[in-house]
Design a protein around this ligand. Sequence first.
Ligand SMILES: O=P(O)(O)OC[C@H]1O[C@](O)(COP(=O)(O)O)[C@@H](O)[C@@H]1O
Ligand SMILES: [Mg+2]
Ligand SMILES: [Mg+2]
Length: 333
Amino acid sequence: MRTDEHPLALPVGITLDRFIMQNQAAFPHASGELSQLLRDIALAAKVVNREINRAGLIDITGAFGTANVQGESQQKLDVVADIRFIRALTNGGEVAAIVSEERDAIIQTGNRHAHYVVAIDPLDGSSNIDVNVSIGTIFSIYRRVTPAGTEPTEADFLQGGRRQVAAGYVLYGSSTMLVYATGHGVNGFTYDHSLGEFFLSHALMQIPQQGRIYSCNEGNRRLFSDGVQQYLDHCHEQHYAGRYIGSLVGDFHRNLLKGGIYLYPPTTALPLGKLRLLYECYPLAYLMEQAGGQAIDGVLDILDIPPQSIHQRSPLYLGSTAMIDELLTFFVQ
Ligand SMILES: O=P(O)(O)OC[C@H]1O[C@](O)(COP(=O)(O)O)[C@@H](O)[C@@H]1O
Ligand SMILES: [Mg+2]
Ligand SMILES: [Mg+2]
């Protein structure tokens, strides 16, 4: 009997580290830089996970008293997660510059020799931080276009969604998961606190083509276009289940597993939508397309939207292909 099949010692599974190494082997010219970058993200995720789990005990709940470039009040955990990810990516040495939701300007890490830049939403679902509801982190990775050795510029971040070389999210929920893709499918890893390791738990995730869940803040209903309002009526007529956590990562993850559609339409208050193209829409669209779903802004595929600025907003509709096709029929009437 092979040792890894012994009933007294069941295998623990494939660690994230081993998975990264196995996948790196598939790219003969790989230098290991992207692999190290992914490990740095996993390390920061473990530290932030620890802070979230004990937030109420170490007084990092509530507002920090400052506002970010979007004019949103920064929660203490927004700031903590921002510092932790920037520190890990800087110390890891593989990232030349970072765009963060919590910082106005590009962060120069000082690693001018590095070949990658990262756009990040350090803490997603800020309105749910203090109420023990799932929250997340979203990241997007590009190979820089400016030469190594020089100071990275906006050009490195405004390459367009289809130039991402990797993207993913961390979900801090009933379990903690890291879900990412590097162009060859979406894989999910569950964190085992007792071993301090992420283990492969969801290989090659695919969203069901059809779903019966819709996720939308219907409190904004009157601010939506007629087409969106008619689509929401259609969801009611079809008795689709309304599920809205208010954390994009949480709503995305559920719909990825069960099938469904997430909508953050433009409103009269936010005519360009609320969500940010570089560190919310592009990375989740990258995952959604590789999981067999669709992501649009109502007209274009999210990944084809030309980027103009680092904190640019966009409407977002993403999920099961059949549900996106159905939504689009309400936009052309
Ligand atoms: O409260 P609203 O308007 O429904 O917005 C909720 C959406 O805004 C977000 O909280 C925006 O993300 P941040 O928390 O990172 O700012 C999404 O996670 C969520 O889907
Ligand atoms: Mg967010
Ligand atoms: Mg955020």
